[in-house]
Design a protein around this ligand. Sequence first.
Ligand code: CP
Ligand code: NVA
Length: 330
Amino acid sequence: MGINIRGRSFLTLLDFTPAEINYLLDLAAEFKRMKANGVEHKWLTGKQVVLLFEKTSTRTRCAFEVGARDLGMGVTFLDPGSSQMGKKESLADTAKVLGRMYDGIEYRGFKQSVVEDLAKYSGVPVWNGLTDDFHPTQMLADVMTAREEFGDLRGKKLTFFGDARNNVANSLMVVCAKLGMHFCACGPRELMPRDTLVEQCRAVAAGTGAVIELTDDVQQGARDCDILYTDIWVSMGEPEELWAERIQLLKPYQVNKELMAQARPTAIFLHCLPSFHDRETTIGEDIYQKFDLPAMEVTDDVFLGKQARQFEEAENRMHTIKAVMYATLK
Ligand code: CP
Ligand code: NVA
């Protein structure tokens, strides 16, 4: 049976079957091959998309912009500073207006309910470019990168080290459950994914052969691990005052050489980025001055080491986002 997700919104991977996810991954690989070989694919010429960002971005914005242009589409970028959104016009009204002008809408912001409402009121496909709860387009790039490394991902163990209840960790748990992988959330008890989501993922896992594990033991997280994943310790939208507490809680979960050595020798390192692996950012330098910590969630040697794949992963954002736009708009 052919897969068809035309007209659908992409809000969380919970809404998609394993077959639909694999279809998007295959499509992304095809787009990557075409781009590498200079084969034009302006398959959506004449369509228009709008990108709404209430939080900052490098990769997601660029992936949507380049992806849309490669497909022949027009693109408008809007942030709260340059639109009426939120301040003078409700989200529902904004959605109704945009739905009359655009074929698809990307949204990055805070509450998951906002991206759901945009989909409800606009009447066109809406793509979640990150909320406080989920980051589904990131997941496609992550599993695409892992698939390029290992082929079949069933049974592969992916451990997320750190703030295991953030948007990226939540979404990793979902995609691993869908694809029959072994997901391990490794972090302090205070920062574990919420029970309802764990239960939902375990129910999915029961049908796919996936394993969902939660632990505060770093060695358990690293044992037999194929993919070590981490993310920043304080996410966008969280107060800066949290840094001191998070550093205290999460320092033991830093991905460093010693931790990498406990995983499988063939293991790879992934990070959604941006990352605090050195002092070359204002926040990184500030944290170093205050806490004498030259790197946070990952050390520089791992970030620059042979097992690191975060830049392949970043490139794959573009191929996978292109697949999502094409499959839902074609
Ligand atoms: N990984 C990711 O979403 O990066 P940006 O915040 O730069 O979009
Ligand atoms: N958890 C991070 C992901 C950034 C891509 C954040 O929300 O800031």
